[in-house]
Design a protein. Structure first.
Length: 257
Protein backbone atom coordinates (compact mmCIF):
# COMPACT_ATOMS: atom_id res chain seq x y z
CA UNK A 1 0.00 0.00 0.00
CA UNK A 2 1.48 3.34 -1.01
CA UNK A 3 2.35 5.72 1.80
CA UNK A 4 1.30 3.29 4.53
CA UNK A 5 -1.83 5.39 5.02
CA UNK A 6 -4.34 2.59 4.76
CA UNK A 7 -4.65 0.50 7.94
CA UNK A 8 -3.45 -3.11 7.65
CA UNK A 9 -6.80 -4.29 8.99
CA UNK A 10 -10.11 -2.60 8.20
CA UNK A 11 -13.33 -4.01 9.61
CA UNK A 12 -16.51 -2.40 8.32
CA UNK A 13 -20.13 -2.97 9.29
CA UNK A 14 -19.39 -6.48 10.51
CA UNK A 15 -22.46 -8.46 11.54
CA UNK A 16 -22.79 -12.03 12.69
CA UNK A 17 -25.67 -13.93 14.27
CA UNK A 18 -26.02 -17.51 15.45
CA UNK A 19 -29.66 -18.47 15.14
CA UNK A 20 -31.52 -15.48 16.56
CA UNK A 21 -28.54 -14.43 18.67
CA UNK A 22 -26.92 -11.25 17.28
CA UNK A 23 -23.26 -11.59 18.28
CA UNK A 24 -21.62 -8.85 16.19
CA UNK A 25 -23.90 -5.90 15.57
CA UNK A 26 -22.06 -3.62 13.15
CA UNK A 27 -18.38 -3.49 14.10
CA UNK A 28 -15.97 -0.98 12.53
CA UNK A 29 -12.30 -1.26 13.46
CA UNK A 30 -8.96 -0.14 12.02
CA UNK A 31 -5.61 -1.61 13.00
CA UNK A 32 -2.54 0.08 11.62
CA UNK A 33 0.65 -1.71 10.70
CA UNK A 34 2.86 -2.21 13.75
CA UNK A 35 0.11 -1.37 16.22
CA UNK A 36 -1.31 -3.38 19.10
CA UNK A 37 -5.06 -3.32 19.68
CA UNK A 38 -6.34 -4.77 22.93
CA UNK A 39 -9.93 -5.96 22.84
CA UNK A 40 -11.79 -5.90 26.15
CA UNK A 41 -15.32 -6.80 27.03
CA UNK A 42 -17.51 -9.08 29.12
CA UNK A 43 -17.94 -12.75 28.35
CA UNK A 44 -20.28 -13.22 25.41
CA UNK A 45 -19.70 -9.72 24.01
CA UNK A 46 -18.39 -11.15 20.71
CA UNK A 47 -14.61 -10.87 21.13
CA UNK A 48 -13.77 -14.39 19.94
CA UNK A 49 -16.26 -14.16 17.09
CA UNK A 50 -14.64 -10.92 15.92
CA UNK A 51 -11.19 -12.54 15.90
CA UNK A 52 -12.62 -15.59 14.13
CA UNK A 53 -14.10 -13.36 11.41
CA UNK A 54 -10.70 -11.67 10.95
CA UNK A 55 -9.15 -15.10 10.43
CA UNK A 56 -12.03 -16.36 8.30
CA UNK A 57 -12.93 -19.12 10.73
CA UNK A 58 -16.41 -17.53 10.65
CA UNK A 59 -18.12 -15.96 7.66
CA UNK A 60 -19.79 -12.62 8.38
CA UNK A 61 -23.51 -12.17 7.64
CA UNK A 62 -22.80 -8.61 6.50
CA UNK A 63 -19.89 -6.22 6.32
CA UNK A 64 -16.31 -7.26 5.72
CA UNK A 65 -12.79 -7.61 7.01
CA UNK A 66 -10.00 -6.33 4.82
CA UNK A 67 -6.35 -7.24 5.39
CA UNK A 68 -3.66 -5.51 3.38
CA UNK A 69 -6.28 -4.29 0.92
CA UNK A 70 -7.81 -7.74 0.32
CA UNK A 71 -11.27 -8.66 1.58
CA UNK A 72 -11.01 -11.78 3.72
CA UNK A 73 -12.66 -14.75 2.05
CA UNK A 74 -13.42 -12.99 -1.23
CA UNK A 75 -11.83 -12.11 -4.51
CA UNK A 76 -12.82 -8.71 -5.85
CA UNK A 77 -13.46 -8.41 -9.57
CA UNK A 78 -14.50 -4.86 -10.34
CA UNK A 79 -17.57 -4.28 -8.21
CA UNK A 80 -18.31 -8.00 -7.74
CA UNK A 81 -17.17 -10.23 -4.92
CA UNK A 82 -16.58 -13.93 -5.45
CA UNK A 83 -16.07 -16.33 -2.55
CA UNK A 84 -12.52 -17.68 -2.56
CA UNK A 85 -11.88 -21.36 -3.10
CA UNK A 86 -10.54 -23.25 -0.12
CA UNK A 87 -6.92 -23.20 -1.30
CA UNK A 88 -7.01 -19.44 -1.67
CA UNK A 89 -8.60 -19.18 1.78
CA UNK A 90 -5.74 -21.25 3.19
CA UNK A 91 -3.22 -18.96 1.53
CA UNK A 92 -4.99 -15.88 2.87
CA UNK A 93 -5.29 -17.35 6.35
CA UNK A 94 -1.55 -18.06 6.39
CA UNK A 95 -1.02 -14.30 6.66
CA UNK A 96 -2.78 -14.28 10.00
CA UNK A 97 -1.46 -16.13 13.05
CA UNK A 98 -3.76 -17.08 15.88
CA UNK A 99 -2.95 -18.05 19.45
CA UNK A 100 -5.72 -19.57 21.53
CA UNK A 101 -6.43 -19.86 25.23
CA UNK A 102 -5.88 -23.64 25.04
CA UNK A 103 -2.52 -23.79 23.32
CA UNK A 104 -3.70 -26.41 20.78
CA UNK A 105 -0.24 -27.88 20.20
CA UNK A 106 -0.11 -31.27 18.48
CA UNK A 107 0.46 -33.65 21.43
CA UNK A 108 2.17 -36.38 19.41
CA UNK A 109 4.74 -34.03 17.88
CA UNK A 110 7.92 -32.61 19.38
CA UNK A 111 8.19 -28.85 19.75
CA UNK A 112 10.32 -28.67 16.62
CA UNK A 113 7.76 -30.71 14.68
CA UNK A 114 4.91 -28.57 15.97
CA UNK A 115 6.62 -25.44 14.66
CA UNK A 116 7.79 -26.82 11.29
CA UNK A 117 4.53 -28.58 10.34
CA UNK A 118 2.65 -25.65 8.78
CA UNK A 119 5.61 -23.93 7.07
CA UNK A 120 6.46 -27.23 5.35
CA UNK A 121 2.87 -28.27 4.54
CA UNK A 122 1.36 -24.90 3.65
CA UNK A 123 4.26 -22.68 2.63
CA UNK A 124 6.27 -25.54 1.07
CA UNK A 125 9.40 -24.48 2.93
CA UNK A 126 12.22 -27.06 2.71
CA UNK A 127 12.26 -29.04 5.96
CA UNK A 128 15.84 -28.05 6.81
CA UNK A 129 15.11 -24.38 6.40
CA UNK A 130 11.90 -24.69 8.43
CA UNK A 131 13.84 -26.43 11.22
CA UNK A 132 16.53 -23.75 11.30
CA UNK A 133 13.85 -21.08 11.56
CA UNK A 134 11.99 -23.07 14.25
CA UNK A 135 15.17 -23.23 16.35
CA UNK A 136 15.56 -19.45 16.12
CA UNK A 137 11.96 -19.00 17.19
CA UNK A 138 12.29 -21.40 20.13
CA UNK A 139 15.33 -19.38 21.19
CA UNK A 140 13.32 -16.20 20.88
CA UNK A 141 10.57 -17.45 23.21
CA UNK A 142 13.15 -18.72 25.70
CA UNK A 143 12.91 -22.45 24.91
CA UNK A 144 16.05 -22.89 22.85
CA UNK A 145 17.07 -26.17 24.47
CA UNK A 146 13.70 -27.93 24.28
CA UNK A 147 13.17 -28.74 20.61
CA UNK A 148 12.89 -32.50 21.19
CA UNK A 149 10.46 -32.22 24.11
CA UNK A 150 6.77 -33.00 23.77
CA UNK A 151 4.09 -30.51 24.80
CA UNK A 152 3.02 -32.58 27.84
CA UNK A 153 6.56 -32.20 29.27
CA UNK A 154 6.13 -28.43 29.42
CA UNK A 155 4.32 -26.06 31.75
CA UNK A 156 1.30 -24.19 30.42
CA UNK A 157 3.34 -21.00 30.09
CA UNK A 158 6.00 -22.84 28.11
CA UNK A 159 3.38 -24.46 25.88
CA UNK A 160 1.83 -21.09 25.14
CA UNK A 161 5.25 -19.71 24.24
CA UNK A 162 5.66 -22.61 21.78
CA UNK A 163 2.22 -21.82 20.34
CA UNK A 164 3.42 -18.26 19.75
CA UNK A 165 6.60 -19.54 18.07
CA UNK A 166 4.44 -21.80 15.90
CA UNK A 167 2.30 -18.86 14.81
CA UNK A 168 5.41 -16.78 14.04
CA UNK A 169 6.86 -19.57 11.90
CA UNK A 170 4.32 -18.72 9.19
CA UNK A 171 5.66 -15.15 9.12
CA UNK A 172 2.20 -13.66 9.53
CA UNK A 173 1.43 -10.02 8.84
CA UNK A 174 -0.95 -10.03 11.76
CA UNK A 175 -1.19 -12.00 15.02
CA UNK A 176 -4.43 -12.61 16.89
CA UNK A 177 -4.46 -13.65 20.54
CA UNK A 178 -7.64 -14.95 22.17
CA UNK A 179 -7.18 -14.75 25.95
CA UNK A 180 -3.66 -16.19 25.71
CA UNK A 181 -3.11 -16.28 29.47
CA UNK A 182 -6.58 -17.17 30.74
CA UNK A 183 -5.82 -20.89 31.10
CA UNK A 184 -2.54 -20.33 32.94
CA UNK A 185 -1.66 -20.49 36.61
CA UNK A 186 -1.10 -16.91 37.80
CA UNK A 187 2.67 -17.33 38.19
CA UNK A 188 2.98 -18.29 34.50
CA UNK A 189 1.07 -15.34 33.06
CA UNK A 190 4.02 -12.93 33.14
CA UNK A 191 6.34 -15.03 30.97
CA UNK A 192 3.76 -15.21 28.19
CA UNK A 193 2.87 -11.52 28.36
CA UNK A 194 6.61 -10.72 28.22
CA UNK A 195 6.91 -12.60 24.93
CA UNK A 196 3.89 -10.74 23.50
CA UNK A 197 5.32 -7.42 24.68
CA UNK A 198 8.62 -8.29 23.00
CA UNK A 199 6.77 -8.91 19.72
CA UNK A 200 5.05 -5.55 20.09
CA UNK A 201 8.41 -3.83 20.51
CA UNK A 202 9.56 -5.65 17.38
CA UNK A 203 6.73 -4.02 15.43
CA UNK A 204 4.35 -6.99 15.03
CA UNK A 205 0.76 -5.97 14.32
CA UNK A 206 -1.53 -7.64 16.87
CA UNK A 207 -5.08 -7.85 18.14
CA UNK A 208 -5.11 -9.19 21.69
CA UNK A 209 -8.18 -10.24 23.65
CA UNK A 210 -7.17 -10.18 27.30
CA UNK A 211 -8.37 -9.18 30.74
CA UNK A 212 -4.82 -8.19 31.76
CA UNK A 213 -5.37 -4.47 32.19
CA UNK A 214 -1.79 -3.73 33.28
CA UNK A 215 -0.55 -5.33 30.09
CA UNK A 216 -3.06 -3.34 28.02
CA UNK A 217 -1.91 -0.12 29.65
CA UNK A 218 1.75 -0.85 28.84
CA UNK A 219 1.51 -2.45 25.40
CA UNK A 220 -1.67 -1.33 23.62
CA UNK A 221 -1.74 1.51 21.15
CA UNK A 222 -5.52 1.27 21.12
CA UNK A 223 -7.96 -0.26 23.59
CA UNK A 224 -11.36 -1.27 22.28
CA UNK A 225 -14.36 -2.15 24.45
CA UNK A 226 -16.87 -4.54 23.00
CA UNK A 227 -20.28 -4.90 24.60
CA UNK A 228 -23.23 -6.74 23.12
CA UNK A 229 -21.50 -7.03 19.75
CA UNK A 230 -20.79 -3.31 19.44
CA UNK A 231 -17.73 -1.21 20.07
CA UNK A 232 -18.81 1.14 22.82
CA UNK A 233 -15.47 2.80 23.42
CA UNK A 234 -12.09 2.94 21.72
CA UNK A 235 -8.93 4.99 22.09
CA UNK A 236 -5.48 5.16 23.65
CA UNK A 237 -5.15 3.24 26.94
CA UNK A 238 -4.41 6.43 28.88
CA UNK A 239 -7.93 7.64 28.05
CA UNK A 240 -10.00 4.49 27.82
CA UNK A 241 -8.53 2.69 30.83
CA UNK A 242 -8.33 5.72 33.08
CA UNK A 243 -11.58 7.47 32.40
CA UNK A 244 -13.97 5.52 30.20
CA UNK A 245 -17.03 7.52 29.22
CA UNK A 246 -19.40 4.61 28.91
CA UNK A 247 -20.99 3.17 32.05
CA UNK A 248 -20.65 -0.44 30.77
CA UNK A 249 -16.93 0.08 30.22
CA UNK A 250 -16.56 1.55 33.71
CA UNK A 251 -18.29 -1.34 35.41
CA UNK A 252 -16.34 -3.90 33.37
CA UNK A 253 -13.04 -2.26 34.35
CA UNK A 254 -14.05 -2.07 37.98
CA UNK A 255 -14.88 -5.79 37.91
CA UNK A 256 -11.60 -6.98 36.36
CA UNK A 257 -9.26 -4.64 38.27
N1 LIG B 1 -20.47 -21.32 16.69
C1 LIG B 1 -21.41 -20.77 17.49
N2 LIG B 1 -22.69 -21.22 17.47
C2 LIG B 1 -23.62 -20.65 18.25
N3 LIG B 1 -23.39 -19.63 19.08
C3 LIG B 1 -22.14 -19.14 19.15
C4 LIG B 1 -21.09 -19.69 18.35
N4 LIG B 1 -19.95 -18.99 18.62
C5 LIG B 1 -20.28 -18.07 19.55
N5 LIG B 1 -21.59 -18.14 19.87
C6 LIG B 1 -22.30 -17.28 20.81
O1 LIG B 1 -21.96 -15.94 20.52
C7 LIG B 1 -21.87 -15.16 21.69
C8 LIG B 1 -20.55 -14.45 21.72
O2 LIG B 1 -19.53 -15.40 21.81
P1 LIG B 1 -18.00 -15.04 21.77
O3 LIG B 1 -17.66 -14.34 20.51
O4 LIG B 1 -17.30 -16.30 22.06
O5 LIG B 1 -17.88 -13.99 22.97
P2 LIG B 1 -16.62 -13.65 23.90
O6 LIG B 1 -15.39 -14.17 23.24
O7 LIG B 1 -16.65 -12.15 24.01
O8 LIG B 1 -16.89 -14.30 25.22
C9 LIG B 1 -22.10 -16.11 22.84
O9 LIG B 1 -23.43 -15.96 23.25
C10 LIG B 1 -21.87 -17.46 22.24
O10 LIG B 1 -22.63 -18.45 22.89
MG1 LIG C 1 -13.96 -15.50 23.85
Amino acid sequence: MAGGERPLVRVRGLRKSFGGNVVLDGVDLDVREGEVTVLLGPSGSGKSTLLRCVNHLETPDAGFVEIGGDIVGYHQNGARLHALRSRAVTRQRAQVGMVFQQFNLFPHMTLLENITEAPVAVRRLPRKQAAARARELLERVGLGSREDSYPRQLSGGQQQRVAIARALAMEPRLLLFDEPTSALDPELVGEVLAVIQDLALGGMTMIVVTHEIGFARKVADTVVFLDGGRIIESGPPADVLTDPRHERARSFLAAVL
